[in-house]
Ligand binder design. Structure first.
Ligand SMILES: Cc1cc2nc3c(=O)[nH]c(=O)nc-3n(C[C@H](O)[C@H](O)[C@H](O)COP(=O)(O)OP(=O)(O)OC[C@H]3O[C@@H](n4cnc5c(N)ncnc54)[C@H](O)[C@@H]3O)c2cc1C
Length: 139
């Protein structure tokens, strides 16, 4: 049975994990990505702010690339709870994603908010998806 990977968060860690899995694996695995935002790189934001790069260059993995990698993508969906016993992750639309004999990567600069395990103040963390309109106003 092919390995199954569930990756939560389409930031630098998540997208590099997917790229590395595809480069290194011998047998093609099943990869599911749950990402609250379109995959993008935080570290290029200063270049976007000073208009050195266009918004399109902030994004790291387009739907076309994700399709080429054969990733089952749930973009715009947030993982809200994790049941480690049943290996089930629930999404904010009520869907459940099961990880069987697979791997689970939780990422997000220590901000990943899963139910009550969310760290204090996580709601205040700025995200590109939520705040890019404000960025456009000041840029
Ligand atoms: C201005 C700036 C410049 C930087 N420059 C550098 C640099 O030069 N070199 C360097 O090494 N680092 C740099 N960094 C730091 C670097 O950007 C971060 O270390 C890196 O983005 C962390 O990657 P990550 O994938 O862990 O998390 P993130 O990039 O934070 O991505 C996490 C993703 O997960 C999503 N997510 C969170 N919770 C959930 C959930 N429950 N369900 C689904 N999705 C969820 C978020 O929406 C987000 O898209 C910089 C950061 C900034 C802001």
């Amino acid at each position: 049975m092919a390995a199954r990977h569930l990756i939560i968060g389409g930031g630098t860690a998540g997208i590099n994990a997917i790229r590395t899995i595809r480069e290194e694996e011998r047998e093609r695995s099943e990869i599911t990505l749950v990402s609250a935002e379109r995959p993008y790189s935080r570290m290029v934001l200063p270049y976007f702010l000073d208009r050195s790069i266009a918004e399109s260059h902030v994004y790291t993995a387009t739907p076309r690339i994700l399709a080429e990698w054969g990733v089952k993508a749930h973009v715009g969906r947030r993982a809200t709870s994790l049941d480690p016993k049943g290996s089930v992750v629930t999404l904010d639309d009520g869907k459940e994603v099961q990880v069987l004999r697979g791997e689970l990567l939780l990422e997000g600069s220590g901000q990943l908010a899963l139910g009550r395990s969310a760290r204090e103040g996580a709601a205040d963390i700025i995200t590109f998806e939520r705040d890019r309109r404000a960025i456009y106003r000041v840029a």
